[in-house]
Design a protein around this ligand. Sequence first.
Ligand code: PTJ
Length: 247
Amino acid sequence: MKVPRTHPRYKSLKTREALSKLSDEGVVARTGLIAHGRGEAFDYMLGERTHPFAERAASAAAARLLLAKNPVLSVNGNVAALAGKEIIALGRAVPAKLEVNLFHRSEARIERVAAHLEKLGAKGVLGRKATRLIPALAQPRAHCTEEGIFSADVVFVPLEDGDRAEALVRFGKIVVAVDLNPLSRTARAADVTIVDELTRAVPNVTAAVSRMRRWPEKRLRLVADEYDNGGALAEAGRAMAKGLAEA
Ligand code: PTJ
């Protein structure tokens, strides 16, 4: 479909077209299209812009990633399709490893998502040889690599499902999530939840990493420790309620 540039929802329509194409190619799961629709609805209530609570969360996320010894960015089909280049740039900036981890998991899809990232310039993508399991998680996302998510201290999990986020926290990981739904189990389980649209959130974290890169450890720790995720989620909920009330 040819989307006219003048269409008021041009960006949204283009994104949907791209996701639909990548779903045909097997990069995005079919249910990933449903997940995207849910995200769009929440973003509408936020006025499709980044709010101060998300800026604060992005700084806390950057502090956590910079303090980590083995930070890993987990990539699923939607993340690779929506923000492949952006997640690669974040991986380079930290630096952090990229690991493909899928809910609708098959060897073929792991390969497609990894190859998609490599086509965009990613190097050393993990996930093809997942020999480990996240403990106490009875679903396909438990599969992970020894050098990646299994041994990570900080795991960045955009567009996550609640089961794995909770299992990662139980496993002792610091979890940083990007999720437009402030009510989701992921948003509540994570140490830092950025309630913002993925394509705005990831470059914001990369910018914060660049800004904070030379900060002493003590200053980074202060940002990480002072961040209040429950407070940020409550603010996000209020911002959405306000968005609706003003409709
Ligand atoms: O590629 P796979 O097989 O690993 O599957 C990936 C999906 C996304 C299908 C899978 O992880 C899934 O079903 O996720 P959920 O449980 O639907 O959760 C996705 C969450 O991300 C929801 O809370 C959405 O509101 C939120 N979300 C969707 N799109 C965006 C988003 N958050 C930020 N930015 C978005 N663009």
